[in-house]
Design a protein around this ligand. Sequence first.
Ligand SMILES: [Zn+2]
Ligand SMILES: [Zn+2]
Length: 266
Amino acid sequence: MSTDQIRLSIFLGVFFLMLFLESRIPRHPTVDSKKRRLAINLGLTFLNTGLIKLIFGAAAVGAAAYAREQGWGLLNLFEVPAGLNILATVILLDFAIYWQHVLVHKVTFLWRFHIVHHSDLDLDVSSGFRFHPVEIVLSMLYKIAIVFLLGPSVTGVIVFEAVLNGMAQFTHSNIRLPLRLDRALRYLFVTPDMHRIHHSVEVRETNSNYGFNLSVWDRLFGSYIEEARRPQPEIVIGVEQFRRPEEVSFGHLLSMPAQVRAVDQN
Ligand SMILES: [Zn+2]
Ligand SMILES: [Zn+2]
């Protein structure tokens, strides 16, 4: 199987599993049409996937192979055993994207694009891929830069991308996990309840719980919120500026960065 086939299989497998679970054990009532949101978010997913393929190909993996040939990056300085290299790659890349996420919240120009992700009025498995194409391109450039600095193994990058892909769907899904399982998982990993707080309209909550895979970065750097001000099913999802479904249509999402009020997000 090629990496593309592995990627697609993980995407489809997790997608349909989460979709099924969302229909059986929903955690949060919805305010917008699921069909409409799925069409918008999957539309963005296809647009972004096509764009990335067109501009970069398998860029991060290619960058890792190139860094290895050139002997660039931290992990290429040492003889790291393969298994440890993969583990270190996954953890360090996760650390890097935690800080990227903090940055896109703190820098107004970047927030203009990231707000598209936050403008979803409900959260579900499809929200994990709802990003403005410009944010996707900038993320890719950032990832390539990190890969050059880190010099990770090619397999490590493939594993990281697969984990991130699956986790993005899981952490955005509208599923109710048993509370004890959620708390146990949260010691190490981001859960749907933890990430839902990040999608709250309340600014203090939006600017918290930045983690994608591991929850430890938020705990370490003081951005962790265990409970939202409201109980989970009552968290108001989205951003203050765009509350109506018409304001978050596909066309509006693409031009949204130009409409964002220059309010201080912090
Ligand atoms: Zn965010
Ligand atoms: Zn999110």
